[in-house]
Design a protein around this ligand. Structure first.
Ligand SMILES: Cc1cc2nc3c(=O)[nH]c(=O)nc-3n(C[C@H](O)[C@H](O)[C@H](O)COP(=O)(O)OP(=O)(O)OC[C@H]3O[C@@H](n4cnc5c(N)ncnc54)[C@H](O)[C@@H]3O)c2cc1C
Length: 209
């Protein structure tokens, strides 16, 4: 994950970035995520996690691009940033012209070189496409779901291991992944139901022998 400055971490860890868009490779989606002590998390990050994981595995890092104002066109943002601001600071200007403040403004200051704030075109481009470099996922103990596991083609229709009759697998033990929003729980319970029913049938069939 990115390593935030002490200022960003202490002042903004836990702050949500609402109504943003995230791009990474073929992934592009609008939503929200949360700045954490060590990086970012939340529904948009979970949705992008397969793409991010693949990039980290193959390239050692993933660069995501965050659009802080997805409802505004690049032209609109560029024109607003370029408007004369008199003696006002750029932060005040961005807040009054574009409503950019709080954690969004802090993230710009965290990630952009100071010179960019004197270059309206570069600043506007960064607001529409702010790169964040991710280098690793959090430890598995903190994951709400994990990729990988027992391959589905190793199972029969009752979720029993073909190569180990009498052993049944379900839920997170299996090699599948899904976004949050109930899909994980639904698939875990559905596969648990199939495995449980399969195990009962297996016991009944061995008892009859
Ligand atoms: C904080 C959080 C939020 C989540 N939010 C959502 C959500 O909004 N929507 C959604 O769809 N999914 C969500 N999930 C994911 C979802 O909860 C999991 O995908 C699902 O519970 C997995 O079910 P499972 O039965 O495979 O594993 P688990 O629910 O982890 O059950 C495994 C069980 O096995 C037990 N166990 C482990 N080892 C042993 C052992 N050696 N002997 C005996 N028992 C053992 C464990 O104690 C545990 O009770 C969330 C998960 C977390 C952690």
């Amino acid at each position: 994950m990115a390593r935030w400055s002490d200022h960003l971490r202490t002042k903004f860890a836990g702050a949500p970035l609402k109504n943003v868009a995230l791009r990474c490779g073929d992934f592009a989606q609008r939503g929200e995520f949360v700045l954490t002590e060590t990086g970012i998390e939340g529904s948009l990050v979970y949705a992008a996690s397969a793409t991010v994981r693949e990039a980290i595995a193959t390239q050692g890092r993933a660069v995501i691009e965050v659009d802080l104002l997805p409802e505004r066109t690049a032209e609109f943002v560029r024109d607003e940033v370029a408007r004369p601001r008199g003696s006002r600071s750029m932060s005040t200007h961005l807040k009054s012209r574009l409503g950019l403040d709080g954690v969004k403004s802090a993230l710009l200051h965290e990630l952009l070189p100071r010179e960019t704030f004197n270059d309206a075109a570069a600043l506007a481009a960064a607001i529409k496409s702010l790169p964040i470099t991710l280098v690793t996922a959090r430890p598995i103990d903190e994951a709400i779901s994990t990729a990988g596991g027992v391959r589905l083609d190793e199972l029969d229709g009752a979720c029993m291991l073909k190569r180990l009759p009498g052993v049944f697998c379900a839920g997170e033990m299996l090699d599948w992944e899904a976004p949050t929003g109930g899909y994980l729980l639904t698939a875990s319970m559905a596969s648990g139901f199939v495995a449980g029913r399969g195990a009962a049938a297996f016991i009944a069939s061995t008892a009859r022998r």
